[in-house]
Write a new protein. Structure first.
Length: 231
């Protein structure tokens, strides 16, 4: 991302612009989990004032993306095993429900876009170069965005969008594990097969199983290493 793209544009509340810039930097791992956030550097990154940066950090703290530690400053949040466990329990239910609803309600165009996104993800994983995990993560997010939108349930979509910000860090961690990207694609293909067959119950079961498998991997990593991103 260029410097101009990261700078504040004068057409929306400054706090929201700054929060969006910092949120994207966190989700794209340009601000790493566990990293100390220095106000002066954030001001330079966003071309915003310290009060605007502080307001944005308070907003991101409410979203669970950063955390303030008394006397130490504000850091990019690192998911604990306990938090990850809670997140994956909810994620399994929501993604399973979304897959079921997509099977029941998605139109032909949404089904085609979902199939195309899965195909693109599979090709990217098959032809991946080393250190391409972030690209695969973006493509996987595209698959999920189509799935959630095609569920045609605004409440589920809103809940999922909030959860996705917490899941993003954990999903990046799992995809970086040897063989996980390939296994993940195979699991998503099973979801797609159930959707194409019109089997809503199986789509739900496969989507939930996909999340459960990811949870097993990420929890084992977090329990062994408190901040695996720092190693």
């Amino acid at each position: 991302m260029s410097t101009n793209q990261m700078q504040v544009q004068r057409h929306a509340p400054i706090r929201e612009q700054v929060a969006a810039i910092l949120r994207n930097a966190i989700l794209e791992m340009r601000l790493m989990p566990g990293q100390l956030l220095i106000e002066r550097e954030l001001c330079e990154m966003t071309s915003a004032s310290r009060p605007s940066v502080r307001e944005a950090l308070r907003q991101l703290e409410g979203e669970g993306l950063v955390e303030s530690q008394n006397g130490r400053g504000t850091f990019v949040s690192v998911a604990s095993p306990e938090l990850a466990r809670h997140v994956y329990v909810v994620r399994a239910e929501l993604e399973g429900l979304a897959a079921e609803l997509f099977t029941l309600h998605a139109d032909a165009d949404e089904r085609q876009r979902f199939a195309s996104a899965v195909k693109e993800l599979a090709a990217a994983v098959r032809d991946a170069e080393p250190d391409q995990h972030m690209r695969m993560l973006r493509l996987k997010n595209d698959v999920y965005e189509i799935l959630f939108a095609g569920a045609h349930n605004p409440v589920v979509q809103q809940m999922v969008e909030t959860l996705q910000r917490r899941v993003h860090q954990l999903r990046a961690l799992t995809l970086a594990q040897p063989g996980r990207a390939e296994a993940s694609v195979a699991e998503i293909l099973e979801i797609q097969e159930a959707i194409e067959a019109g089997d809503a119950a199986r789509a739900r079961e496969r989507a939930a199983a996909h999340v459960t498998q990811a949870a097993t991997i990420v929890l084992s990593i977090l329990e062994e290493t408190p901040n695996p991103f720092s190693t």
